[in-house]
Design a protein around this ligand. Structure first.
Ligand SMILES: [Zn+2]
Length: 442
């Protein structure tokens, strides 16, 4: 039986267990035993703290091309979006495979073992479908397989340019015409091993209430997770109130989209009523604090959401930063700035957002070191310049001291994909990022 041993492991709660042996059978965890002072012969000895594989519940892989290239101008989300559309306009299935393989490679070395790709770049130039109408989705699935990461392909319905505005320019590539045509296309997705399919409503801007209801019904009937951007931007939230007389979450709830498989991404400008509504439905909220920071979105009411019983998750979204620990602690740190108070969300609940809740929001049976779950786990070094001296017995030591660069080993489904901080399947992630982005944005 393949086995891994680490001096510390987070099994849930505020404290780390010590001397933990994880035994694996096939792609699942067979046993987890603490207090094993002498690991059996053949067990792989890890250093530092073992944590469950991290879940990145909100990603747009191609946004990785924009990192470090959008900071010279003032502006807002809306001016940034123009630059993002320039990249979208240049991609085809081959170049998207190369870029996504590298972007997912970066996620894997950061300790993410699953990603929810919120995918809306469906069609060719001017919206003309490819011969395989899912060519772009299949390119993402292949990229994830090559990079060794689990993928939940959240295929997004995106039908219009704004409340009452048609698609234009690069947006034409996102559109299927109507939600029935969207359902016909996603119904023919054949994702293959290691990949699940889910649905997404891009936003209240991009999908009207009637089409939303079609997407929600199709996702529910398929047993798929359903994700949506909700109230990320104040302007979007206010326009929705003015035009439809309801908040974005209320509009989605009226379309029967909001339930226990629903993830509201961002929720930055949620009202107290929205928070209670999402909690009552048993849904998730995906915080993307590094992106929300980068775009000047605002600070979401994550403490109130958690208090109300909403399960929080984290996403790297625009890929401004790909670091699950930074994303998790940012939930707390940004709320400290807003509340002028420390210690709002405990470290263990931040780790839970990055692991257990994220995996659940993506439909994966993973996110905890426990028998029967998928064997996804990560070891985090405690002997680097960043982490040395942190108390290894505290779960919060990992969340508040570690960064993506401190990830040493990553195991996905019992297979080692990162060893000594190096990707086994994509040996030169940085080189592939530079080459794939350089080809798009010379
Ligand atoms: Zn997004």
């Amino acid at each position: 039986v393949p086995a891994w041993w680490a001096p510390y492991a987070w099994l849930g709660g505020a404290s780390n267990a010590s001397d933990v042996l994880v035994e694996v059978k096939g792609d699942r965890i067979a046993a987890v035993t603490a207090g094993v002072h002498h690991p059996p012969a053949g067990a792989i000895r890890l250093g530092g703290v073992m944590v469950p594989g991290l879940a990145n519940t909100h990603s747009h892989a191609f946004h990785r091309a924009l990192r470090g290239r959008t900071h010279e101008q003032a502006g807002s989300f809306w001016s940034w979006r123009g630059l993002m559309y320039d990249v979208a306009d240049r991609l085809d299935p081959e170049s998207y495979l190369r870029l996504a393989r590298a972007a997912y490679g970066e996620m894997v070395v950061a300790g993410f073992t699953a990603v929810g790709e919120f995918h809306y770049l469906h069609h060719g130039r001017a919206g003309v479908p490819y011969e395989d109408p899912n060519a772009m989705g299949h390119a993402l699935a292949e990229a994830a397989r090559q990079a060794g990461i689990r993928l939940t392909l959240l295929d997004a319905c995106y039908l219009r340019g704004g409340l009452g505005a048609p698609l234009e320019g690069p947006q034409l590539r996102f559109g299927d015409g109507n939600a029935t045509a969207w359902a016909d296309r996603v119904g023919s997705l054949s994702p293959g091993a290691g990949v699940r399919v889910g649905a997404a409503i891009h936003s209240v801007r991009a999908v009207g209430p009637d089409d939303m209801a079609v997407v929600a019904k199709f996702a529910g009937g398929s047993g798929w997770p359903l994700h949506a951007h909700v109230s990320e931007q104040r302007r979007e939230h206010d326009e929705c109130l003015a035009v439809l007389g309801a908040t974005p979450l209320e509009v989605m709830d009226s379309a029967d989209a909001v339930g226990p498989d629903f993830t509201a991404v961002h929720a930055t400008h949620f009202t107290a009523g929205d928070t209670n509504r999402l909690a009552a439905a048993g849904g998730f909220c995906c915080a993307c604090p590094t992106t929300e920071r980068d775009l000047g979105d605002g600070i979401g009411p994550f403490a109130a959401l958690q208090d109300a019983g909403v399960r929080l998750t984290v996403g790297s979204d625009s890929q401004a930063v790909v670091d699950g620990f930074e994303e998790a602690r940012a939930i707390e740190l940004d709320n400290r700035l807003a509340a002028e108070q420390r210690g709002i969300l405990p470290g263990a609940s931040l780790l839970e957002a990055a692991t257990r809740h994220g995996m659940a929001a993506l439909g994966w049976d993973a996110g905890r070191l426990a028998p029967g779950l998928l064997a996804d786990f990560v070891s985090v070094r405690l002997d680097t310049v960043r982490t040395a001296g942190a108390d290894p017995r505290l779960a919060s030591a990992v969340v508040f001291a570690a960064s993506a660069a401190d990830v040493d080993t990553v195991v996905v489904g019992g297979r080692t994909v990162v060893e000594g901080g190096r990707h086994v399947l994509v040996p030169d992630v940085a080189g592939e990022l530079a080459a794939s982005i350089g080809a798009l944005l010379p």
